[in-house]
Design a protein around this ligand. Structure first.
Ligand code: ARG
Length: 482
């Protein structure tokens, strides 16, 4: 979501011999400044290279501000009309790629305001009445994060839909369930996928929580102390879709907790995606072969012709790193700042833009892979039966049928597993006589619980992996997701 900035910033690596030659004084505050900044000052100070991503929000905010200024009589209706037309024309210019972004004008706010004055003259100079870049940037950034939240929420819903669709189809197909990545008990492939649907639902809950908390309007806090003009903050807040104006002007311009909360929830969501990505990587590997990804989501090797690498999954896994970094980076920027605004806060945007973009890419790639992958159901079924996966079912049978205390049943089952292992067979391949040699009261009935499907069908407790549970849950999710 950050734009390529090559065209508007001088090279950093080699500023050249004119590093200290001052450009012309800034048009916006030139009154007090005799000369412009050193080139390197401009280089470190300008944010237009990345904050032009805020242009839509900046124009929205200015339109709402101007409408309010006119309504309370601070500017005339004619001025407001000129400002409105000018801002619309600027929006079209930016949209078309024709806007003359200038590093000398530092950031998106001054670029747009200067252009407005260039286009409409005097009226443009009245727009900044009762406003400061401090409340302006806080407003723009909140609007941007809110838009990002809405976009990511829709993407997360799409991924949930892809997972639930697959889960409905594979509600009864067994796969090994793991703990410690050791075969534990059979589960269904659908059940495994629905676990991620639940995680994503909580991620979406966190998105909505963050959205609710950020949805207050800083505009009108001005530089830090409010303003002497008779502004109507509630009107501006409502026009921008905020629930209300922020109550404390110092807080309004100086906190970035909404951005941090966004990054924190993004880090958690990325962690969920990374776990699924890791499973996809494992499932694709030759010793597992639980799924196959098509050419659409894999790459080949330049040297090993047999390879089909799950690069997209690996990159989803890796994106977590930059998102975690963004969170820690911004926490570090903010932690020592006295109230109110400090320029340090300009460093808030890039990590948020980068994390939002990474998360959006990861969600899209994951939805693509979930729709693309082919489950190798026969192979999963075979693996689900290996490793004495129904040993717990055997122990439960001993408890239920012979009334053994569970600890004793566990012990007897352990001896039966050892016997089968020594013989090189599965539990179901032991003869009744062999079983009775270990526990004489065992009857033929035990064999009914040793199969995978019987094991799955028995897990009917709420939230368990029984195919009927899984099918019901998948249906419910698909219905809820629409
Ligand atoms: N570009 C600045 C930022 O992103 C805008 C606010 C500047 N305010 C100021 N007082 N210098 O934070």
């Amino acid at each position: 979501m950050t734009d390529d900035n090559k065209t508007i910033r001088p090279g950093v690596a080699n500023p050249g011999p004119d590093v200290n030659r001052p450009p012309a004084a800034n048009q916006q505050w030139g009154g007090r400044f005799a000369a412009g900044p050193a080139t390197i000052m401009q280089e470190i100070n300008a944010s237009i290279g990345f904050d032009r991503a805020l242009w839509r929000q900046d124009i929205r905010g200015s339109l709402a501000h101007a409408a309010m200024l006119a309504k309370v009589g601070i500017i005339t209706g004619e001025d407001e009309a000129a400002i409105r037309a000018g801002l619309m024309a600027i929006a079209a210019e930016i949209e078309a790629g024709d806007f003359p972004f200038a590093a000398a004008l530092e950031d998106i706010h001054m670029n747009i305001e200067a252009r407005l004055t260039e286009r409409i003259g005097e009226a443009g100079k009245r727009l900044h009445t009762a406003r400061s870049r401090n409340d302006q940037v806080a407003t723009d950034f909140r609007l941007w994060v809110r838009d990002a939240i809405d976009g990511l929420d829709a993407q997360a819903a799409d991924l949930m839909r892809a997972l639930a669709t697959r889960a409905a189809k594979h509600a009864a197909d067994p796969m090994p369930g793991f703990t410690h990545l050791q075969t534990a008990q059979p589960v269904t492939f659908g059940h495994h996928l629905l676990a991620y649907v639940e995680m994503l639902a909580r991620d979406r809950g966190r998105l909505m929580d963050a959205r609710r908390r950020l949805n207050e309007c800083p505009l009108g806090a001005a530089a830090l102390a409010g303003t002497s003009f008779p502004i109507d903050r509630a009107m501006v807040a409502a026009a921008l879709g905020f629930d209300e104006p922020m109550a404390n002007s110092l807080d309004a311009v100086s906190d970035r907790d909404f951005a941090l909360e966004f990054l924190a929830l993004a880090a958690i969501m990325a962690m969920h995606l990374s776990r699924l990505a890791e499973e996809i990587v494992i499932w694709c590997s030759a010793p597992y072969r639980f799924i196959t990804l098509s050419d659409a989501f894999t790459t080949g090797s330049s040297i090993m012709p047999q390879k089909r690498n799950p690069d997209a999954a690996e990159l989803v896994r890796a994106k977590t790193g930059r998102i975690n970094g963004a969170l820690i980076g911004l926490l570090t920027v903010m932690k020592g700042l006295p109230l109110a605004y400090a320029k340090d806060m300009q460093e808030d945007k890039e990590p948020v833009f980068d994390a939002a973009r990474a998360l959006s890419l990861a969600l899209a790639a994951m939805a693509g892979m979930v729709r693309d992958l082919r489950p190798e159901t026969a192979r999963m079924r075979e693996a689900a039966g290996a490793g004495f996966a129904t040993a717990t079912d055997l122990a439960d049978w001993l408890v239920r049928t012979l009334r053994l205390p569970f600890r004793e049943a566990h012990h007897v089952t352990g001896r039966l597993v050892a016997r089968a292992e020594a013989k090189g067979v599965d539990l179901a391949d032991l003869t009744l006589a062999e079983m009775q040699a270990i526990e004489p009261r065992i009857t033929e009935g035990v064999f009914s619980v040793l199969g995978i499907d019987a094991s799955l069908a028995s897990r009917v407790s709420f939230g368990g992996t029984a195919p009927e549970n899984v099918a019901r849950a998948a249906r419910a999710w698909l219905e809820a997701l629409g």
